[in-house]
Write a protein that binds this ligand. Structure first.
Ligand code: NZQ
Ligand code: ZN
Length: 382
């Protein structure tokens, strides 16, 4: 176990915490509030942000779409440059926060923002960023990652830079009250798969990381089982906190990580518009079956410690079936049906994009080449 770990994001968790923005951003800083399609105007979040910023000079930029695009975000970059913005406040879900990270990094770079996504530029500097989370799912509110889409070419790529990690994150579970059922389910599934990506690899005897991952998985499983009774503070608090902990860097420190489900899933979103979380549920069960021999030990551990199964010869396969049944219980599909072409054409287009994006050796042991990706897609595409 060898790692370096810091999570410098100040978390303000609980009811009424949006007011904490006032003291978190110095009043001499000019702020750009970035948000999405307007949900924050319907649920009082925008009004609370306005109230908290009444001593600040601030502007706003709206219209960041789900799976945020470079094309839209470059307009916000221009605002930051033209208006000499000092501080960006992202108010929204993963898309708004990720998009704001791109804006924060690109505004202090002379070249094209896309250079950051293709690794031509490594963002060492960024405009200061804070976040008000409205959808628990991605963990973006307290991590250094972002996923950006270039709509013109259907490329969806991630980047990481400590410079874009939010300085603070407001997490008030009350804001979840207006989330559509679909987005709540997405949040549960995304957090679940984030935990799996850092846990379902091979055993390294990292008892703390394994134990905490199992706690998160059990929590998410229970929240899923209680989905019908979700309209209460405790349910919302537990989802918001577990989704954050699933991708704030802690459980992945010092252990092997997979992320192949995510990289293949991103192509499904870019090509066919599948919601991020749903793309993961489509890929993951088939990927686990394909990789069963190398993931057997951890699948068995998950079966025992998360689902409470006894040891048996078919325990690993039983665990995969239980994961799949969990998705189905939430009405989440585990096969791709959104493609409009025939199956072979759909698979070919996904493989071509994986190759274009150099996603040719995925997984904790780089064992998922295009051959394995194709085998996985043969099962995952309807
Ligand atoms: O745009 P508005 O009007 O705000 O509506 C949003 C959007 O339509 C709505 N919404 C958000 N909060 C709401 C609300 N509606 C009512 N009440 C509220 N309180 O929900 C819709 C979806 O929002 P979005 O931000 O797209 O969802 P999510 O948080 O799932 O983010 C998905 C994006 O994050 C990336 C994904 O690839 C995708 O682009 N990811 C980012 C990661 C990271 N930074 O670490 C890791 C993840 O694996 C993921 O890849
Ligand atoms: Zn995810």
């Amino acid at each position: 176990m060898e790692f370096s770990y810091v999570n410098p994001t100040q978390i303000y968790f609980g009811k009424g915490q949006i007011a904490s923005i006032t003291k978190s951003i110095p009043t001499d800083q000019k702020v750009l509030v970035i948000y999405g399609g307007g949900s924050i105007k319907k649920n009082g979040v925008y009004d609370q942000v306005t109230e908290a910023l009444k001593e600040h000079k601030w502007l706003e930029f709206s219209g960041v779409e789900p799976n945020p695009t470079m094309e839209t975000l470059d307009k916000a970059v221009k605002v930051v440059k033209d208006e000499r913005v000092d501080y960006i406040l992202a108010v929204g879900g993963g898309s708004v926060i990720d998009g704001s990270k791109y804006v924060a990094a690109t505004a202090l770079y002379e070249g094209e923002g896309w250079d950051i996504l293709i690794g031509k530029h490594s963002a060492k500097r960024a405009v200061a960023l804070g976040a008000v989370l409205t959808l628990p799912a991605t963990g973006s509110e307290s991590n250094a990652g972002a996923v950006i889409t270039r709509a013109s070419t259907k490329d969806k790529l991630p980047f990481f830079s400590p410079a874009v990690q939010p300085k603070f994150a407001v997490m008030d579970p009350d804001v979840m009250k207006t989330l559509p059922e679909r987005q709540l389910v997405n949040g549960l599934v995304d957090a679940w798969v984030h935990t799996c990506e850092q846990y379902l690899t091979f055993p390294t005897g990292a008892m703390v990381q394994d134990g905490y991952s199992e706690t998160l998985l059990k929590t998410l499983y229970q929240l899923g089982s209680q989905f019908e009774d979700r309209d209460n503070d405790q349910w919302r608090e537990n989802l918001m906190w577990s989704a954050n902990q699933a991708l704030n860097g802690l459980i992945g420190s010092g252990v092997p990580q997979d992320w192949a489900t995510h990289m293949i899933g991103h192509e499904l979103t870019a090509l066919f518009g599948v919601d991020h979380a749903r793309s993961l549920a489509i890929v993951q069960p088939s990927l686990l079956r394909n990789q069963l021999p190398v993931k057997k030990a951890k699948l068995e551990q998950m079966g025992k410690n998360v689902f409470g199964f006894d040891q048996s010869d078919d325990l690993a396969e039983k665990t995969i079936s239980a994961i799949e049944a969990f998705y189905h219980s939430l009405d989440v599909a585990t096969q791709l049906t959104e493609h409009t072409t025939d199956k072979t054409t759909a698979i070919d287009s996904i493989i071509t994009q994986l190759e274009n994006h150099r996603m040719v050796k995925l997984g904790e042991s780089q064992a998922i080449t295009l051959k394995e990706s194709r085998e996985i897609l043969e099962m995952a595409v309807a």
